[in-house]
Design a protein. Structure first.
Length: 133
């Protein structure tokens, strides 16, 4: 399962790093210390927090999206059948849902806790996996 540094988790949640640290200190999300001494958050625990706090914090988001409308988020749910996969992402207070092929979901290795972009064009949303960094 991926782990995220506090600043990465804050960006995915749509809050400041200070807010993320306060949430960790208050026990809303567990942190661990990596080999370099940085606080990290388990991706699955971050996905749980994103789902629980969806809609709690409303703030203005930057209007500077690219023409391709990439919206960074964290995968909170993947439900697969034989042909299709329903993928839910939480991007700050926004929940995005995409219906993609099961093959695409398997190829991307999608699972809760992963960082991904929702790539929006008209009414279609596809999922793009990002590497932490």
């Amino acid at each position: 399962m991926p782990h995220y540094r506090v600043s990465q988790a804050a960006r995915l949640m749509g809050v400041s790093p200070d807010t993320m640290r306060r949430w960790a200190d208050a026990g809303k999300v567990r942190t661990e210390t990596d080999a370099a001494g940085h606080r990290t958050i388990d991706g699955a625990d971050l996905a749980r927090l994103a789902t629980e706090t969806a809609g709690e914090h409303h703030r203005a988001h930057a209007a500077g999206q690219s023409a391709r409308n990439h919206i960074a988020g964290i995968v909170t749910r993947v439900k697969k059948d034989e042909v299709a996969a329903l993928v839910e992402l939480q991007a700050g207070p926004y929940r995005l849902v995409s219906l993609i092929t099961r093959e695409a979901a398997d190829d991307l290795g999608l699972e809760p806790g992963m960082m991904a972009d929702a790539v929006v064009k008209a009414t279609n949303v596809s999922v793009e996996v990002l590497t932490p960094g």
